[in-house]
Design a protein around this ligand. Structure first.
Ligand code: HEC
Ligand SMILES: [Cu+2]
Length: 487
C-alpha cells in the first residue's frame, strides 16, 4: 500500500515534470521562432543617404536609430571603356557599374527618388531585392527621361541585396550595367572591420569578340545563348587591377560586399591567396567559416570577410577560370606590410597571374571582323598596337617587353626580332616552337599562333619595334599578307 502510494506519487511527479519540460520546450522554441516584428521599429528623424561609387561603401550605420532615409539616385546612359580600345554604351544607376552603393539599417523608411537624366534615351525603373512590395519597387518606379519618381519602403530584413532595372527587355537593361547593391544592416550594425569594399560581377555581350576595337553594340543573340565576351568585376576589364587595386595592410580585416548582377552567369567567387574567415552566405544571416570559394547567384550577393596576414597581391577571380584569364573576371587586392615567415615563406615573383585576353591560346584562324577600325597613320598604328600588346602579348612577354627568365624571351632589345622582320611576322601569325636563341639565351618553349587579323599583327609589330631600343619598322597589313602567302 505504501509502495503503491509512493509509485503513484512518483508517477504524478513525473507527469508533472514532463508537463513542465514539454511546456518549457514549446515556449522556448516558440520564442525562438517568433521573429521580431521589424515593421514596428520606430522611425525617428530623417537623413540624406550617402551614396558611393564602387569600390567604396558609405560609412557604417553603427548603432543609430531607424530613420527616414532619403535616397536620390540618377540613371545615366553613357559611353565607357570595356577594355583598352573597346567602348560600350553603359546604362547606369549613378554613373557607374555597378550602381551607387546604398546603406541602410533594418527598420529604416527609405524615401526613394529615382531620376532619369534628361539626355537619356529610354525609360527605366528599379527593383530592389530589399523591398517587400510589388516588383520590389519596379511597379511604382517607371520613369521617363527628364523625370523623377518617388516611392518609399520599410527595410524589414537585414542583409545584402541586389537592385536592378526591370524595364523590358529586362535582360538587356541588366546586361547594359543596370544593377547595384543595397545593404540593410541589423540592429546595432555589423561588426566593425578595418576595410570595406564593394565589388560586383557582371557578364557582357558585344557584337565584336573580346578586345575588338571601337564602340561595341549589345548582342541580344549572344545574351540569349548566355555566351558572354566579357565577364568582369565593376563594369570593365581591369577595373580593380594595378593602380586601381583594392588596398589593405598586413593585420587588417577586410570585408567585401560582393554582388553578382548577371544577367546570366553564376559566380564561383574566390580570392587567390586567401581563405574567407567568414561568409554571410547569399548575403543573409547565416555565417559560414573557412571558405575557399563561395557561390554567388545571378541577382544575389555575399559578404566575405578575411584578415590579411602577409604582404602581396591577392587576386579576386571567378574560379570558372577561363572567365578570369580570358574574359576579364580578375581583380587585385594589394596588401602591404611586413613579411610573416611563420605564415608564408617564399620568393615573390610578379606577373604570374595576369589577364591573358581573349585573342590568345586559340588556334590560328582567319578572323576578319566586319567593321574593324583601321589605323590611318603611324601614330594610330602605335596606339592600336599597344592595346593589342597589353591584351595579348604582355601575359607572356611582360608589359615592359623583358619576358621572364627561362620561360618567355624578351621582345625588348631583341636581336632575334630585329634581325628579320618577316620572320617576326611569321612568329606572330603561326607561333613558334623549338630552340631559339634571343640575346645569347636559349629558349625552348612554345608560343601559340595568335588569332589576330593582318591589321592587328601589323599594329602590334609596329608597336614593339618602336619600343625598348628595337629597330623601328612600320609593319603594314600588306607586308603581313605577303608573308602569309610566302609561308
Ligand atoms: C603564351 C605565351 C606567349 C604569348 C601570348 C606571346 N608569345 Fe611570343 N613567344 C613566346 C615564347 C615561349 C616564345 C619562344 C618560343 C620558343 O622557344 O620557340 C616567343 C617568341 C616570340 C618572338 C621571337 C623571339 C623574341 O623574343 O624576339 C617574338 C618576336 C614574339 N614572341 C612576339 C610576340 C608578340 C608580338 C605577341 C603578341 C601578339 C606574342 N609574342 C605573344 C610566348 C608567347
Ligand atoms: Cu533600365
Amino acid at each position: 500500500m505504501k509502495m503503491l502510494q509512493m509509485k503513484k506519487a512518483m508517477s504524478n511527479w513525473l507527469k508533472a515534470g514532463m508537463l513542465v519540460m514539454v511546456t518549457f520546450f514549446f515556449v522556448s522554441c516558440g520564442s525562438q521562432d517568433k521573429k521580431v516584428d521589424t515593421s514596428q521599429i520606430k522611425v525617428t528623424g530623417s537623413i540624406q543617404a550617402e551614396l558611393t561609387s564602387p569600390p567604396h561603401v558609405p560609412a557604417p550605420v553603427g548603432n543609430r536609430e531607424a530613420k527616414r532615409v532619403k535616397v536620390e539616385l540618377e540613371i545615366i546612359e553613357e559611353e565607357g571603356t570595356m577594355v583598352d580600345g573597346s567602348k560600350y554604351l553603359y546604362w547606369t544607376f549613378g554613373g557607374t557599374v555597378p550602381g551607387s552603393f546604398i546603406r541602410t539599417r533594418v527598420g529604416d523608411k527609405v524615401e526613394f527618388h529615382l531620376q532619369n537624366h534628361p539626355d537619356n534615351k529610354l525609360p527605366h525603373n528599379i527593383d530592389l531585392h530589399a523591398v517587400t512590395g510589388p516588383g520590389g519597387g519596379a511597379e511604382s518606379s517607371f520613369v521617363a527621361p527628364g523625370k523623377e519618381i518617388v516611392f518609399s519602403f520599410k527595410t524589414l530584413n537585414p542583409g545584402l541585396y541586389v537592385y536592378h532595372c526591370a524595364t523590358a527587355p529586362v535582360g538587356m537593361h541588366i546586361a547594359n550595367g543596370m544593377y547595384g547593391l543595397i545593404l540593410v544592416e541589423p540592429e546595432g550594425g555589423l561588426e566593425p572591420v578595418d576595410r570595406e569594399y564593394y565589388v560586383m560581377q557582371g557578364d557582357f555581350y558585344t557584337e565584336g569578340s573580346y578586345g575588338e576595337r571601337g564602340l561595341q553594340a549589345f548582342d541580344m543573340g549572344k545574351a540569349i545563348a548566355e555566351d558572354p565576351d566579357y565577364v568582369v568585376f565593376n563594369g570593365s576589364v581591369g577595373a580593380l587591377n594595378n593602380e586601381n587595386a583594392l588596398q589593405a595592410k598586413v593585420g587588417e580585416t577586410v570585408r567585401l560586399y560582393m554582388g553578382n548582377g548577371g544577367p546570366n552567369l553564376v559566380s564561383s567567387f574566390h580570392v587567390i591567396g586567401e581563405i574567407f574567415d567568414k561568409v554571410y552566405v547569399e548575403g543573409g544571416t547565416l555565417v559560414n567559416e573557412n571558405i575557399q570559394t563561395t557561390m554567388i547567384p545571378a541577382g544575389g550577393a555575399a559578404i566575405v570577410e578575411f584578415m590579411v596576414d602577409v604582404p602581396g597581391t591577392l587576386i579576386l577571380v571567378d574560379h570558372s577560370i577561363f572567365r578570369a584569364f580570358n574574359k576579364g573576371a580578375l581583380g587585385m587586392l594589394t596588401v602591404t606590410g611586413d613579411e610573416n615567415e611563420k605564415i608564408y615563406t617564399g620568393t615573390q615573383q610578379e606577373g604570374i597571374y595576369l589577364p591573358e585576353g581573349g585573342a590568345i591560346q586559340r588556334m590560328p584562324g582567319s578572323k576578319e571582323p566586319a567593321q574593324e577600325e583601321l589605323a590611318q597613320n603611324l601614330d594610330e598604328r602605335l596606339e592600336f598596337g599597344k592595346d593589342i600588346y597589353t591584351r595579348t602579348c604582355a601575359a607572356c612577354h611582360q608589359q615592359n617587353g623583358e619576358g621572364l627568365p627561362n620561360a618567355f624571351p624578351p621582345v625588348a632589345n631583341s636581336d632575334y626580332l630585329n634581325e628579320d622582320i618577316d620572320r617576326a611576322i611569321d612568329v606572330v601569325l603561326n607561333g613558334l616552337q623549338g630552340e631559339v636563341t634571343v640575346n645569347g639565351e636559349v629558349y625552348n618553349s612554345v608560343m601559340p599562333g595568335q588569332n589576330l587579323t593582318d591589321e592587328e599583327v601589323a599594329n602590334v609589330l609596329t608597336y614593339i619595334t618602336h619600343q625598348w631600343d628595337n629597330t623601328p619598322v612600320e609593319v603594314t597589313p600588306e607586308m603581313v599578307k605577303a608573308q602569309k602567302e610566302k609561308s
